[in-house]
Write a protein of this length. Structure first.
Length: 453
């Protein structure tokens, strides 16, 4: 029996894989490997700030928690407020609005990245890496716009932004499940399938002669959620049925993450593998089904994510929508640390370029910065962060954040917050500090002028 079949047939309950022994290691003199590190990025979908165990002990995510405990916790990590823009920023190192991506790519939309974009995957492939994705793509809804067109050698998962976790169909019945960008019918729960394929890639598919970039964007805990009773039983004290499913899906995913880490360790790769966990945006407050949504299979959800103590939800430019849980773990290379420096998902691309000591592509101007020094506990320069949706703009500089409410930058209302003194955005200071407001508004207008919209 192959290892992946064994794992599928012996599902572990209650986050049974604790993996404690793998993490009892700080920076040491381990010889490691002279080749560039493997890079594994694990992304959960719609996880709120308070939906991981290391922020909220009610949530059972022991494997994510151990990565945070023995790794580098990013306490001020920023993404976009919804799925597709964050994924575009991660893979390009640029603000997603530069590609006209302001929200999720849904329905019959043909939006995608421009062909020929040197994505992070393509950049790493050009520099000796093999590249793979197992999970959610959401940067093109058809096979001709799938991840194989953007630098991934091996692809598996789904094109759309959500799916039925058991039938693997999009909400209106569209096919979306694929392997190597070719549609595929397969049985199993989406969380288990994504986990098993990642393990299969590590154990069997990849070449042992080259480092790899493995991107694992899970569907959990994005609505709709459907979990087996063993995962629901982990949360006897949660009464709301949809919130219970949401938390159960986090524990199910966390168990899969534990299995993936175990595979990395069994393949003797842990000492030379950088593992990153993050959410793509803040938690979703609730969800109301539309007409014919999955054939009315899933009831409306009144309570899903939990972003406390942050303000706002998925889709909004308040902290609850864009500041998310994230961490870096590299056994023997990174000391346990909580980093307070402001880091954005756009920073991954240039940071990895620096890590492997390779210049960025001359014809691909990234907007992120190298932040490896912050991962090691040093300061990084202050800079402007910029966000844009179809309803809001925002910029952050230092401790100050300006939000503009309105799809047009010249019309609408503004909000100003000092995030150092008021991290939960309770006191709008607009009108009380005109100098700071003008500086941030000018930065916002300059950035908006660069968007092709």
């Amino acid at each position: 029996m192959k290892r992946r079949e064994f794992l599928r047939n012996t599902a572990k309950g209650a986050a049974g894989l604790t993996l404690g022994s793998l993490f009892i290691s700080s920076v040491s003199c381990s010889s490691g490997s002279l080749q560039n590190p493997n890079i594994i990025i694990i992304v959960s979908d719609d996880t709120g700030w308070n939906d991981v165990g290391y922020h909220n002990p009610q949530i059972k995510t022991p494997n994510i928690d151990r990565l945070a405990k023995y790794g580098v916790e990013l306490n001020n990590f920023y993404v976009s407020p919804v799925c597709s823009p964050t994924r575009a920023a991660l893979l390009t190192g640029k603000h997603p609005s530069r590609y006209g991506i302001l929200g999720p790519i849904v329905g019959g939309m043909k939006e995608t990245l421009p062909k020929g974009t040197i994505t992070l995957a393509e950049f790493l492939r050009r520099n000796g890496y093999q590249t793979a994705i197992t999970g959610k793509w959401h940067l093109g809804l058809k096979s001709e716009d799938g991840p194989r067109q953007f630098g991934f050698d091996y692809t598996y998962g789904y094109f759309h932004g959500q799916l039925d976790p058991r039938t693997h169909l999009y909400k209106w019945g569209d096919k979306t499940w694929h392997r190597n960008d070719q549609y595929l019918d397969e049985e199993g729960h989406v969380t288990d399938l994504i986990t098993n394929e990642a393990i299969k890639y590590i154990d069997e598919i990849r070449s042992k002669e080259k480092p790899f970039f493995l991107y694992i964007p899970y569907s959990a805990p994005h609505f709709p959620v459907d979990e087996d009773q063993k995962w629901l039983d982990m949360y006897p004290d949660i009464e709301d049925p949809e919130r219970k499913k949401y938390c159960a899906s986090m524990t199910h995913m966390d168990d899969g993450i534990g299995q993936i880490i175990k595979s990395i360790e069994e393949n003797k790769l842990l000492d030379n593998s950088l593992i990153i966990y993050m959410s793509d945006n803040g938690g979703c407050e609730n969800f109301t089904s539309g007409p014919d949504y999955y054939g009315n299979k899933f009831p409306p959800a009144e309570m899903l994510g939990d972003n406390k103590p942050l303000k706002g939800w998925k889709g909004e430019l308040y902290e609850g929508g864009i500041r998310v849980s994230a961490l870096f773990y590299w056994k023997g290379k990174l000391n346990p640390l909580k980093v307070e420096e402001v880091i954005a998902v756009e920073d991954f691309y240039p940071t990895f370029a620096g890590l492997i000591k390779t210049k960025l592509p001359e014809n691909h101007d990234v907007e992120g910065i190298k932040v490896w020094s912050a991962i090691e506990g040093k300061d990084i320069p202050e800079r402007i962060l910029y966000w844009r949706t179809d309803k809001q703009f925002a910029v952050r500089k230092g401790e100050w954040k300006l939000i503009h409410n309105g799809g047009n930058i010249h019309e609408g209302t503004d909000e100003l917050y000092n995030l150092k003194l008021d991290p939960y955005e309770k006191e709008n200071l607009i009108g009380l500090n005109q100098n700071i407001t003008k500086i941030l508004k000018d930065e916002m207008q300059q950035n908006a002028a660069l968007d092709p919209l």
